[in-house]
Design a protein around this ligand. Sequence first.
Ligand code: CP
Length: 309
Amino acid sequence: MQLSTKHLLGIKELSPEDISTILTTATQFKEVLQRPIKKVPSLRDVTIVNLFYENSTRTRISFELAEKRLSADTINFTASGSSVSKGETLLDTVNNILSMKVDMVVMRHSASGAPHFLAQHLPNTAIVNAGDGINEHPTQALLDAFSIQEKTGSLQGKKVLLVGDIMHSRVALSNIYLLKKMGAEVKVAGPPTLIPKYIEKALGVGVEYNLKRALQWCDVANVLRIQLERQNQVLFSSLREYNLAYGVTKKLLDEVNKEIVIMHPGPINRGVEIDSDVANGKDSIILQQVENGVAVRMAVLYLLAGRNN
Ligand code: CP
């Protein structure tokens, strides 16, 4: 099995066959991760740098663990504490790291398009996007899809709701691309100021401004964080008012009275976009998403290493 692409820059560039290949390979790696010995030699002698120019907990640890489970050699770079503060450019930094015989780059950056820029300048090195600005977070969408498939059996025909700050969410965009390619129905819900105009026409998703009606429609609700760090103007009155109108609460779910799979990519702002009793409740698969992230990232790295050999 091979991917049609040598980088993972976004879901936009993947075919449905690529997505199926990654999800099938991830199922095999998830089985490996249940064994007493969780390590396989697949990427022995492959060196991977994790280049994080923006904060991360889940994605960074998950990639590093995936690399270690595949027996790759790993280097972790964070912009803080590096020579970036002395004015070194992204391309100089990466070229210096690559001159030490590094094979693959996993990169998170606050600038949308940063991994695409690297891929243009370094065509012979596999680049994996671990989240770029407000553009895409492809491995998050892949692990979300894997988790929906694992919980409900398939993506085809599933009604998936993305709730919250759609405007600034790279998770939302990658999820929309992936779910649409794999035959799911997608709606977004949130305040009008946090939903891009023309999203229905541009991306083929439904829009619902009333959260209760949106929840009545869906099988799966993926609840997103308000990305305050990416907002340079006031887009809603207060976090308390946001919670009252768009917070996924136990009271609201009791009123809807329907079985809905609850997801969240993390980090969670408890009491804002989701209440603790929902995040920790019986229908939540939030920690399964994190667990599945390792198998999904193993699959991506394994398939891209094969593509580049
Ligand atoms: N879901 C996600 O990307 O989390 P981190 O920012 O902690 O990596």
